[in-house]
Design a protein around this ligand. Sequence first.
Ligand code: PLP
Length: 398
Amino acid sequence: MKEKKFKRIETKLIHSGEPEPRVQGAVSMPIFQSAMFETRSEPGYHDIEYIRLNNTPNAKVLHEKLAAIEGADDALVASSGMAAISTTLLTFLHNGDHLLVQNCLYGGTHDFVTKDLHTFGISYDFIDGNDPESWEEKRRPNTKAIYVETMTNPMLEVADHEAVVEFARAHGLTSMIDNTFASPINFRPIEHGFDLSLHSGTKYLNGHSDIVAGAVIGSSELVSQVKHRLDHLGGSLDPHACFLLHRGMKTLALRMRHHNESALKIARFLEEHNAVAKVNYPGLMSHPQHHRAGELFDGFSGMMSFEPKGGKDSAELFMRNVSIPIIAPSLGGVESLLTRPAATSHSGMSAEDRKRLGITDGLIRVSIGVEATEDLIEDFGAALDAIRSVSVFPEGRS
Ligand code: PLP
């Protein structure tokens, strides 16, 4: 009954799923550091309250909150984003099945698909998320699922998500989307017809770069199937990490608002800078799917990538000369972070594949944090000036 008052996502983030009555009146959900709980009835195996089965109080509160904010029936936390992704794929794909998967993916997912799936007897084909016409010829009688990312890493492409949902429905496929880059503030896949939304909770959901976590969100029936598989694979989220994820999520709306606004200003600044060759950010008019992103998303997020003129040497120089962002992997935290995907997240991909997808050696991926936008612009500007002053690109002094 009370749930109905929590209409908007900002309110749901604070109040949905919280225990009623509050535990000993505690305003903040306490940590239940107990591996198991007394058995008061005779539950089946999957319902025995035990941390590995992801059903102790700190996990359950998160399940309700995650489901509420993405407008789904149910959710499940996992020990990492990769635990959520791999377990979900292995729940709906079995020996002999085939997967259609977007061609530009987070490196870990790409590696799992290309290096591990075949050991389970599962085959796959890559699809271009922006060319729905080409999907049918890749589909096989044994295709069971289609997998995409809301915005691809690191090129920030926005697939034709409406076509993905339609295609999945027309052919009885389970549609899965990694919604990590957008966060539930900017996009809620279940409301758009996706079957399952997946997250690395390590990133925006938690937002403080201090835990690794994952989440699966969808209908009770599908989430329960993933839970049963996860119960066996063992990738549960421990209560202390649940507590930190829970605490981080309460400020998700505030953080995302800043990430969205700051990243848009910084992307515009970079695009206009004469030491920059290219900026990939869905909020820019120049982005090939800008119109679609504007229709689907409530914000464009804090992730972007760009190429300074002069390739890898310029990129390395830029990264040595910025003083605010930290050179580190991962994303979605309060600190701005930089990586060079060709040397880090996408180094497992062949040079040929990287080239085909536009992941050049000079591409820098940026996760804009919540520092003052003007400080970041000044810092980036100074680092770009440093590139110009050593003239690593021929037209540098223009
Ligand atoms: N999905 C995306 C888009 C990511 O960027 C990452 C990690 O960087 C993952 C999934 C995997 O998440 P985790 O590191 O929590 O396993």
